[in-house]
Design a protein around this ligand. Structure first.
Ligand code: CP
Ligand code: NVA
Length: 304
């Protein structure tokens, strides 16, 4: 069987995501005791920092009977200029799957092209599809479904926003994005989602949030944009998710955030610590969604 990668949400169909999240839910509830990764190793290549992605993949691989290697670009020859295509072919001779977090999405595509084992995108400047799996799992836990739900994204049209757009395009829920001019999500990703579900871009966050079921945001300066942080604070003035903004959403709205968060910038302490916040369930769901993903890509589980 040809190897299968997970570089973007749309690498899976809606039906496959449903099945994947059913498997994740079974794993979360303790109903799954198989060890599909027994004797297998996941290589985890990081050129950016991580808490959740690193720990959830490492623990998840262990729980499925396998092993995970943390490979920082500071230590790999990759960091000294060894080509990605060589790294891909060498790692493929040792391990059964590669997860990579890096800057350029094209680097992940190149790694996937040259690898003979499955490659998982653990975040690029463009996309964060593993986050999207945990996010939609969290929405389904809260409401039983994402069908008919309105998700709003307030802030930077970044990698996480692009992955929400991909998820909306595959799964069909409505997504509204409130972004300052110049900080909209990727145009092509937006256009693709626009063809299949209801998506819209607003400048006014209070307009976008009206009646929303899921109110989502992320940092204003992502990894690699630290030098722009001050300019971005000015550009995003008025985009802080606070209690008065949350009152405009549906009364039962939830607040997810991929974390890490900058309290007092994109979200207030009251909202992230408040009763509508789901941020720690969401962080936990990274573990379950990725265990399901590894079991499917590396361990022979099926989403047929
Ligand atoms: N949300 C997320 O990917 O967190 P880390 O950067 O800690 O992995
Ligand atoms: N947009 C953030 C997400 C971190 C998980 C970043 O890329 O830094």
């Amino acid at each position: 069987m040809p190897k299968r990668d997970f570089l973007k949400v749309s690498d899976f169909s809606a039906q496959e995501i449903e099945k994947l999240l059913e498997l994740a839910a079974a794993m979360k509830s303790g109903q799954y005791d198989k060890k599909p990764l027994a004797g297998k190793t996941l290589a985890m290549v990081f050129t950016k920092s991580s808490t959740r992605t690193r720990v959830s993949f490492e623990v998840g691989a262990y729980q499925l009977g396998g092993n995970a290697l943390f490979l920082s670009s500071r230590d790999l020859q990759l960091g000294r200029g060894e080509p990605i295509k060589d790294t891909a072919r060498v790692l493929s001779r040792y391990v059964d799957g590669i997860m990579i977090r890096t800057f350029a999405h094209a680097d992940v595509e190149e790694l996937a092209h040259y690898s003979t084992v499955p490659v998982i995108n653990g975040l690029t400047d463009f996309l964060h599809p593993c986050q999207a799996l945990a996010d939609v799992m969290t929405v389904r836990e809260a409401f039983g479904t994402w069908e008919g739900k309105v998700v709003v994204w307030i802030g930077d049209g970044n990698n996480v926003a692009n992955s929400w757009l991909n998820a909306a395009g595959v799964l069909g829920f409505e997504l509204r994005l409130a972004c300052p001019e110049g900080f909209e999500p990727n145009h092509d990703v937006y256009e693709r989602a626009d063809g299949v579900t209801t998506v819209s871009i607003h400048e006014d966050p209070e307009e976008a949030i009206q009646g929303a079921h899921v109110v989502n945001t992320d940092v204003w300066a992502s990894m690699g944009q630290e030098g722009e942080a001050d300019a971005r604070k000015l550009a995003f003035k008025g985009y802080t998710v606070d209690e008065s903004m949350m009152k405009l959403a549906a009364p039962d709205a939830i607040f997810p955030h991929c974390l890490p968060a900058h309290r007092g910038e994109e979200v207030t302490d009251e909202v992230i610590e408040g009763p509508q916040s789901r941020v720690f369930d969401q962080a936990e769901n990274r573990l379950h969604a990725q265990r399901a993903l590894m079991a499917v890509l590396m361990g022979g589980e099926s989403v047929e």
